[in-house]
Design a protein around this ligand. Structure first.
Ligand code: CP
Ligand code: NVA
Length: 305
């Protein structure tokens, strides 16, 4: 049977995604109660290819494999043949002979798709220029843990129409919630990705209008990895879109604030926003571990409950 990949949230059905969220919550509560005693993947291996920097993604995948009784291998282009021009398809075929799954953080989403097409083992998108689906598993998990089912609720994305924004659009589609996107003109997400989500997703350039009465506010850095040279221009273009405590006050009383991190205080968020009790970013970051455990388990073993 062909391996299942997780390149975007659209690779799993809504039922499967809802299963993963519930399973992640169970895995987390079992870990808190019993420690890392659940080891369904003894001696199995995950190759982790990182062409961009990472703290959370690397630590969560590596810890997930260790807890599960397996092992993760950190591979960077600097010290593998990928950095010396070995074709991506050849690398995928070689890794398929040895490891049980591959996780990739890279620039081009098409490059990730090419890798997956040549891989006999599951490939997980750990961020491309276009999507960051693993982060959305943790984000929806956090929202669900704190507020129950997300179906029919309303979130707002304030900031760049980037890889995280496009993953939020796919999440709105798959988990059936409403998403408002508030970005500067010229920084909209891909029009086709938006159109595919239908009228659940709307676009505005006015942050006051965008945050009114929403259940959840989220944002991300203004310049993503690979866009460092645009930092100054983006700071000017995104002026007025900083998420502040006052902005959260315009939302519902029980609004939550999420940020995938790393955050730039004083840029996309106020200096003090992460100290506000409505900001639940540390729980969100921790949930990367539990959500990805549920994902790895599902891709390698199928549904277990
Ligand atoms: N949010 C996230 O993916 O963080 P890292 O870049 O540290 O992995
Ligand atoms: N949009 C950010 C997310 C980092 C986790 C980036 O791509 O750099």
């Amino acid at each position: 049977m062909a391996a299942r990949h997780f390149l975007t949230l659209l690779d799993l059905t809504p039922d499967e995604l809802n299963y993963l969220i519930a399973r992640a919550i169970t895995i987390k509560s079992n870990l808190k109660a019993q420690g890392p005693s659940y080891t369904p993947l003894p001696n199995r291996t995950l190759a982790m290819i990182f062409e961009k920097s990472s703290t959370r993604t690397r630590v969560s995948f590596e810890t997930a494999m260790a807890h599960f009784g397996g092992h993760a291998l950190f591979l960077s282009p600097r010290d593998t043949q990928l950095g010396r021009g070995e074709p991506i398809g050849d690398t995928a075929r070689v890794l398929s002979e040895m490891v049980d799954a591959v996780m990739i953080r890279t620039f081009s989403h098409a490059g990730l798709e090419a890798f997956a097409a040549a891989s006999d083992v599951p490939v997980i998108n750990a961020l491309t220029d276009d999507y960051h689906p693993c982060q959305l598993l943790a984000d929806v998990m956090t929202w669900t843990e704190l507020r129950g089912s997300v179906k029919g609720r309303t979130a707002v994305w304030v900031g760049d129409g980037n890889n995280m924004c496009q993953s939020w659009i796919n999440a709105a589609r798959q988990f059936d919630f409403n998403l408002r996107i508030c970005c500067p003109k010229g920084y909209e997400p891909n029009a086709e990705i938006m159109a595919a989500a239908g009228d659940r997703v709307t676009l505005t350039h006015d942050p006051q209008e965008a945050v009114k009465d929403v259940d959840l506010i989220t944002t991300d850095v203004w310049a993503s990895m690979g866009q460092e040279e645009e930092q100054a221009k983006r700071e000017a273009d995104f002026a007025g879109l900083q998420v502040t405590e006052a902005m959260l006050d315009q939302a519902k009383e029980d609004v939550l604030f999420l940020h995938c991190l790393p955050a730039h205080r004083g840029e996309e968020i106020s200096e003090t926003l992460l100290d506000d009790p409505r900001a639940v970013v540390w729980q969100e970051a921790g949930n990367r571990l539990h959500a990805q455990k549920a994902l790895i388990e599902f891709l390698l073993l199928g549904k277990v409950s």
